[in-house]
Design a protein around this ligand. Structure first.
Ligand SMILES: [Fe+2]
Length: 432
């Protein structure tokens, strides 16, 4: 398939998934400020359209704005999420109609664009940026839907338990990785963001890393042994936040009368699934668990090395190789509304025997978000550069809610260490 046809297909696929995610929700739910941490869903929807208009119409073809006031309303930097419901934003019908109009014009203009003309167009980079943006906002919207706390089922047919359930590896199994100079980041990935570039050598000392993300079973042992009451396990900032926010267990957990635990998932209460990765813990909780286990969080470099580097010194696009993700390799793309058991994707094993590095849950790392040596912002500073510094921690690997197009072993996500409404967990590491 030629690049333009492939691009059009990606655009339409992303939009189909946006519609299937939003279809079960009524207008009140689309308009509501569900949490101060999240935007109203109809803001996200129109913002997807505005971003597409900015980059695929105005930047490429110098078109006039559909509506100048959208530049203020839908600029994520001008209005914090908690204020967006009070703005004069489009209602759900208006947002649907706006994004549809933009898309019609974009597909029409795609036929005229020269995909060899400059870095924005080459390899359809700017189209890839917009496609990934839509998928990333779907994941954000899904976190909002989870907080709606009403029974929700997406209307895409992916509503069953789709996976085989091979026995999960025991908790605490580790892989030993030798020290190496490996290549971190990428120059080759056509749709990689600026923060993934350039590829550069990094020295990593020998270390051990957990073969799977930390399970709810292991995390429950931390909770029940008093981990949330033992100040020695927490960083000082983490201890202060644990008290300010009243953290006693991961988001959505509840202790039932018989001593068992349940977890709230998209408006339903289910028994805590022991073989699944723990989800909805903040960086401070992950850090405290690691100390309790006698370990630490992996650095971002250790994570990428374990996920992508082979013993013979070559880099892979994914832990299993360069072939695209499939459901037997990775828990990606909303196969169901929650993570798979940690051993459910044996085809995704890395060259060093590490499982579930791509998909399942975003994994907190010890590292603050920053630019690689030789970083150049592209195509705009607000994508990455303005977030560099010690206030954000890097997360890696994507979650069950991440689309394969927006996931690779070089992909970098970042968030505040107090955040846990995203689909995040972690695994531990230690020095060899
Ligand atoms: Fe955005």
């Amino acid at each position: 398939m030629d690049l333009k046809a492939l691009t059009a297909e990606h655009l339409e696929h992303a939009r189909d998934r946006t519609w299937s995610l939003l279809a079960p929700l009524d207008d009140d739910e689309l308009r509501r400020q569900v949490s101060p941490l999240m935007s109203p869903l109809c803001w996200d929807l129109a913002h997807i359209g505005h971003y597409e208009e900015l980059w695929l119409l105005r930047a490429l073809f110098d078109t006039t704005p559909a509506e100048p006031r959208y530049d203020d309303l839908y600029d994520a930097f001008r209005h914090p999420r908690r204020e967006r419901a009070a703005l004069a934003i489009l209602d759900p019908a208006g947002a649907r109609s706006y994004v549809g109009d933009v898309r019609t014009r974009v597909l029409d203009a795609l036929e005229r664009v020269d995909l060899d003309d400059g870095p924005l167009r080459r390899n359809a980079f700017v189209y890839g940026m917009v496609i990934q943006h839509e998928h990333q906002h779907q994941e954000t919207m899904l976190a909002t839907v989870d907080l709606l706390d009403r029974p929700y089922q997406e209307s895409n047919g992916n509503d069953g338990d789709l996976r085989v359930r091979p026995a999960a590896p025991a908790d605490d199994v580790e892989a030993s990785l030798p020290g190496a100079t490996f290549t971190m980041g990428t120059d080759a990935e056509p749709w990689a963001y600026d923060n993934e570039r350039p590829a550069h050598p990094v020295d990593v000392a020998p270390f051990q890393i957990d073969v799977t993300p930390v399970t709810t079973r292991a995390y429950r042992a931390f909770v029940e042994s008093g981990g949330y009451d033992d100040e020695r396990l927490w960083s000082s900032a983490g201890w202060a936040w644990r008290h300010d926010a009243g953290l006693e267990h991961p988001q959505g957990w509840r202790r039932e009368g018989d001593g068992a635990w349940s977890v709230r998932r998209f408006g339903r209460r289910v028994d805590l699934p022991a073989d699944e990765p723990v989800e909805h813990v903040c960086w401070y909780e992950a850090d405290a668990f690691a100390r309790w286990a006698g370990k630490r969080l992996p650095t971002e470099a250790e994570w990428e090395y374990a996920a992508s580097w082979t013993p013979d010194g070559t880099k892979r696009r994914y832990p299993w190789g360069d072939e695209d993700p499939t459901p037997d390799r990775a828990d990606l793309g909303r196969l169901r509304l929650g993570p798979a058991p940690v051993g459910a994707h044996p085809g995704g094993v890395s060259p060093h025997g590490v499982l579930a590095m791509v998909g399942h849950v975003w994994e907190w790392t010890a590292t603050c978000f920053g630019g690689y040596p030789g970083f150049r912002s592209f195509p705009y500073r607000e994508y990455s550069e303005v977030f560099f510094g010690d206030q954000y921690r890097v997360l890696r690997g994507g979650s069950w809610a991440t689309h394969p197009v927006a996931c690779r072993t070089t992909f970098r996500n970042w968030d505040f260490p107090i955040r846990r409404q995203i689909f995040c967990g972690f695994r531990c590491a230690r020095d060899a």
